[in-house]
Design a protein around this ligand. Sequence first.
Ligand SMILES: Nc1ncnc2c1ncn2[C@@H]1O[C@H](COP(=O)(O)OP(=O)(O)OP(=O)(O)O)[C@@H](O)[C@H]1O
Length: 583
Amino acid sequence: MFQLRWVWARMEGYHGRYIFALFGSVLIAASQLMGSLITAQIMDTVFNPIQSGTPVTEQLVKTLIFWLILLVGFTLLRTSFTYGVVMTYEHCSQQLTYRLRRDLYKNMQEQDMRFYSKNRTGDLMTRLTGDMDMIRHTVCWVIRQLLECIVLFLTTTICFLIADWLFALTLLAVTPFIFLITKRFAKRIGPMYVDLRERLSQMNTGAQENISGNRVVKAFAREDYENEQFDQKNEAFKKANLAATMTWLRYSPILDALSQSLAVSVLLVGGIFLITGRISIGTFTLFNSLSWTLTNPMRMLGMHINDLQRFFASASKIIELYYARSTIITRTDATPVLGRVKGKVTFSHAGLKLDGTQVLSDIDLTINPGETVAIMGPTGSGKTSLINLIPRFFDATEGKVLVDDTPVGMMPLHDLRRSIGIATQDVFLFSDTVDGNIAYGDSTLSEEEVKRYAKMASVDFAEKLTDGFDTLIGERGTGLSGGQKQRIALARALAVRPSILILDDTTSAVDLETEKEIQNALDSLDFPCTKIFIAQRISTTKRADKIVILDGGRIVQYGTHDELKEQPGYYREVYLLQNGMTE
Ligand SMILES: Nc1ncnc2c1ncn2[C@@H]1O[C@H](COP(=O)(O)OP(=O)(O)OP(=O)(O)O)[C@@H](O)[C@H]1O
């Protein structure tokens, strides 16, 4: 039930309107009886006397016209009011889901790398779409229907008790059974919807991964395998769905039969009472025409309970995401960065442990403003992890990382990251133009400026694309080569004129000629910049002021190209290998 309280709290500013809608529902449901009450009146005051032989007088006709006008007028009024109430429900629910989506999306933007490595994209998408829609559906439909069911049931009961208490009690005898069955059903179906929700998320995740990785699937001709994998998830979802539906179907006929027994009771008991003169024909008509207002709520109750259980499962997932908190946040005592960062980067006995694995240990390194430092080392030696500590993608678990002698944790996250231009190993380009991708970090850049940074990163190929810099490129830069994508990513990193430029193997897919051009451009940037790059080519690293060799998460060698190529070790081995020499 806490889910309902939570949703209510999120509707701040709309409480009044929602209460009006709820109140409206009560009135609408209660007023459903009016039609039948008027009909009963017509029966008793007009038709019954005529049938008993009373002549049709002007007074009788007037009475009939009066009741008919009242009936039509009331129906029109009720319809208009219902329209207003339904619109209010819609408005409140749409506003609530708009807010929730906005807040959830904002919260997701603030999450750290751990969050994204633990939560699957398909699952997050399910929360933002299916789960969110379940909340909307509950707020604007399920609650309304439940309330109308309850009010309709209660008002009919009261009305029946007033009309004839014995007849009413005979009909109500089945209700305790209906409530007991509904309660049992709710208890059984609840966990089924939690399971169903999980299966849907798994199926969405599978589909999303398959779509993203379609090139790999095709390259390995694993379409059949992927189809089979998806089929398994699809099957699991179908089974979970069927299980829930079958449970509902098992209970539904019992509820239906019990509620239908009411209609029989009305005819049987009502008939006897009418013959024995206990009730009038009007009262009989009232019971007969209103018996559906007792049976309907009983039949619908199960369905609404069903929906409510789905809501609980979805809302729990949304609440979990709503309260997910990143451990990498701006501290309240962080000091804002005034002016431009100079670009000094210091690692002081820095270490990093990820999921129990010691990824980096005892890193001691100082990079002065404007220096160029190359990081090299075997695969998995911790190169990416090391540079990830600078923009706080991860926080060092031991020691410190400082920028301009201030621990990165003491700088506002936005100020820190704004000072850094980064091109990651796994290039990601947005579905936008080349121009839009380059200006991603600074949308105020003029066309000339974009072209200038593009030139620095050798994005000269863009001019030859169909629409030049206005060419749309896909989510993953479809239609571009690996090297072209890397160059756009580099231009994007340069375009923010960073104080610290971090390149993670950014020119690995670029030919040697282009790489040389890029390096020349990087050497003559028109803004002060500390350059830290991970590279495997000696042609790239030899121009660096310092070269850091990592192995097993530790710095094992440190020096200039000329120093390291003479020292036995990893750098010399790579140097000899790449120059076609051996010891
Ligand atoms: N989120 C994580 N959880 C646990 N271990 C991780 C995580 N990320 C990286 N590692 C481990 O940390 C080690 C260093 O990884 P890192 O990506 O920094 O290496 P690298 O030197 O950049 O490798 P490559 O040259 O292949 O890019 C690896 O053994 C990797 O398995």
